[in-house]
Design a binder for this molecule. Structure first.
Ligand code: NAP
Ligand code: MG
Length: 379
């Protein structure tokens, strides 16, 4: 509907289409997901709809051959990408932290640490060690803990220089794109080798490859301890990118999304270190609404994040192909969307949050039509 109502009447949309619907992924043994990721790498700009990650309930529902993996996971791995999530800010929908007047974009390093861990329970009397076996067979050992008095638990985690570097490159590139400061934080005072490595890799890449560009753009790279970062974020007015280690990003992105109001107002961009961009909404397929739709009932589903996925992609395409008209259209599409809500026309989820006095709740299509009325007037 977004394409039909808001895009195709205005622009010559030359897209290559990959159907990532669960039915088609199943038919192609998930090959279509790999093809779509290759296309994103080839063309440099992609838009993705929310997709179902199958669970046990979906196996009989869709008669699946296998419990296919998360398409986002597959695509992220192939792009070696970092996900940036940004809230869309609207007058009349006040964040829970009212000083956050500008968006805070969270970049989560989506590789390693506790998400790829090895854990063991340890019995009393045991001794746990870290052992590295070198290429030449030599062993380096380090005592983790002597459990002589009581049993306990241990955990082995890792990260790689190449993954941390890719993360850093994606963050520096995206900060330059948005012309916003980049913050990064870890716990290097406590974790003098592990977290310190993150700090050093970021610092090295910044000094060697981005410092001049940052200075020319008038933006800053700022490193601090994670607890200091959290305190500063709460006091800030937003308007920067916050790069987070995997666990911090997992936790903080949910906090930031909630504080800004609604998951339906959160965009998400996957950026590869090579400079490919995949835009999507941060929310999922909104299952409850879909089942209503299947029963022929009207839904009031918020399309703003998906509209912004399109506008982000079109703006990027415009930049890459030197088509200012296309980038200009993207700006107008966003303006028309925001204006529609600020004038009081919105979907049900926002009506619950908004303090605009005369608001009108519309259904899914009604919202798109209302945006189109304003868009048409701008063009
Ligand atoms: P979800 O689709 O984001 O929906 C969670 C709830 O948030 C909805 O039930 C709805 O609340 C509200 N919501 C989210 N987006 C909305 C929108 N645009 N307009 C109005 N309300 C919205 O998450 P989920 O229910 O956990 O997951 C559903 C499916 O999506 C799963 O199969 C999951 O695998 C998939 N998923 C995909 C992605 C992705 O592709 N990036 C991300 C997350 C989840 P109410 O029901 O109260 O109205
Ligand atoms: Mg989370």
């Amino acid at each position: 509907m977004i394409k039909d109502i808001l895009l195709e009447p205005y622009i010559d949309l030359k897209t290559e289409y990959y159907d990532l619907g669960l039915v088609h992924r199943n038919e192609t043994d998930d090959k279509v997901t790999v093809d779509s990721a290759n296309a994103a790498l080839k063309y440099g700009v992609a838009v993705k709809c929310a997709t179902i990650t199958p669970n046990a309930a979906r196996m009989p529902e869709y008669n699946l051959k296998e419990m296919w993996k998360s398409p986002n996971g597959t695509i992220r791995a192939m792009l070696d990408g970092t996900v940036f999530r940004t809230p869309i800010i609207i007058k009349g929908i006040t964040p829970y932290i009212p000083t956050w007047t500008k968006p805070i974009t969270i970049a989560r390093h989506a590789y390693g640490d506790i998400y790829k861990n090895t854990e063991l329970q340890v019995g009393e009397g045991a001794k746990a060690e870290l052992v590295i076996t070198g290429k030449d067979g030599s062993e380096t050992r380090e005592l983790i803990h002597d459990f002589s008095g009581t049993g306990g638990i241990i955990q082995g985690i890792h990260n790689t220089d190449s993954s941390i570097s890719s993360f850093a490159h994606a963050c520096f590139k995206y900060a330059l794109d948005l012309k916003q400061d980049l913050w990064f934080a870890s716990k290097d005072t406590i974790s003098k080798k592990y977290d310190h490595r993150f700090k050093d890799i970021f610092a090295g890449i910044y000094e060697n490859e981005y410092k001049q560009q940052f200075e020319a753009a008038g933006i800053e790279y700022f490193y601090t301890l994670i607890d200091d970062a959290v305190a500063r974020v709460i006091r800030s007015d937003g308007g920067y990118i916050w790069a987070c280690k995997n666990y911090d990003g997992d936790v903080m992105s949910d906090m930031v999304a909630t504080a800004y109001g609604s998951l339906a107002m959160m965009t998400s961009v996957l950026v590869s270190p090579s400079g490919a961009y995949e835009y999507e909404a941060a929310h999922g397929t909104v299952q409850r609404h879909y089942y209503k739709h299947l029963k022929g009932e009207k839904t009031s589903t918020n399309s703003v994040a998906t509209i912004f996925a399109w506008s982000g992609a079109l703006r990027k395409r415009g930049e890459l192909d030197n088509l200012p008209g296309l980038s200009g259209f993207a700006d107008k599409l966003e303006k028309a969307t925001v204006q529609t809500i600020e004038e009081g026309v919105m979907t049900g989820d926002l009506a619950l949050l908004s303090d605009i006095p005369d608001k009108q709740t519309v259904d899914t299509e009604g919202f798109l039509t209302a945006v189109n009325e304003r868009l048409a007037a701008m063009i």
